[in-house]
Design a protein around this ligand. Sequence first.
Ligand code: G3H
Length: 481
Amino acid sequence: GGEMKPWNGDVHTVLSPICIQTTNGLERKVIGSYPLCGQEEAMAALDAAVLAYNDGRGEWPTMTVSERIACMEKFTGKMIEKKSEIVKLIMWEIGKSYTDSIKEFDRTVEYINTTIDALKDLDRNSSRFEIEQGIIGQIRRSPLGVVLCMGPFNYPLNETFTTLIPALIMGNTMLFKPPKHGTLLHYPLLEAFASCFPKGVVNTIYGRGNVIIGPLMESGKINVLTLIGSSKVANQLKKMHPKVNRLRAILGLDAKNAAIISDKADLDLAVQETVLGSLSFNGQRCTALKIIFVHSKIADVFLQKLSAAIGQLKVGMPWEKGVFLTPLPEPQKPAYLKECIDDALANGAKVINEHGGASYESFVYPAVLYPVNKEMKLYREEQFGPLIPVLPFDDIETPIEYLIESDHGQQVSIFSNDADELASLIDPLVNQVSRVNINCQCQRGPDVYPFTGRKDSAEGTLSVPDALRAFSIRSMVATKQ
Ligand code: G3H
């Protein structure tokens, strides 16, 4: 509700993925703490958001677009003043390289500015028109109500803001729960939210999701759920809402993006893009390449080149110059990745590259596993880490069938220099995923283009203009002249 309150309850101690020497040996560094709010505080935040919305009659939802833009511009100015503090916290909380943490911050500011520009253009050409002779229609765009927003740990600022900012600027009021790994970096923005927007419009809640989110959903007062995370969690949360048909969900969910490398591909390019696509931020991206199909005629050369390229990657602390692989924030991740590797080895695959899968402190060295088959966890599970499962194929129908049978449908990359082959693949692939990348890795953005997924990979679309539409409703007032 825009007020700071002292906290005497339990706190969660935040451990960085970066380890330091302590009297007990090497340990994750303690970098701060946050309050573990309970149901009472969560419900108080909900009440504040409901009151600020006031059934669409609150100060924020009734402001003009230019007034809301002015608030957002003031907020952006304050956010930029906090840049160095936020960037350092991104780096320490999730182990993202300093360079990429800066990119994440800058990309977020750019995202806000693009959103403001898109809002100025939204509905510009269709606001007033003659429905039929003597009746004038006027299009109104209105907010939806109270939005519960949860972002992911891998882009704790940027991707959280790709839902929070459009939802907010459309006049909704917000309950915002920062990601578990990536909470402290939102502290510097608390004052800016409180001073740039009316009281109760942005309510940041801290605590364990399994304690505070359930009661919020069960209250039936959440109008929109927006989450970048797992489809399992999204489904659980939706089911808690007593009137689920009235809940709008804008979701970015699991993905298992495949690369298909034809025998007619430029192999050096395919290797370069596979490394970037599979291993950027240690493979912890929903858009990462998570399974590679390579034509059996070129598989050996591809694997040799891939292993050599991985051998060149610098592993180190996020602030080191040129570093590519950094510590993993989720403490349980190294054990999970080892389980995936062991399972692949037990089912007939080999680790192809030197040191593949080796782990120390919170680092895991990338592993290329070959040949992967249907029996292995890595065939379908989203590893969200630095493992590259590779499968040989002779018939192009093999990867296409894989995609058809998949529950995921975000993106695919195809590598080939044969124009006819590419042309014949686009239609079957575009029917399975929401973005086909030709001779390049999978990725999100630029932000004005659609970012979504088929099947269980998404609900709604998150390009800038699409998000503005998703967090609002278009209605019409018809007046007889
Ligand atoms: O983790 C999911 C993000 O949308 C990935 O974004 O492709 O820009 O890294 P990116």
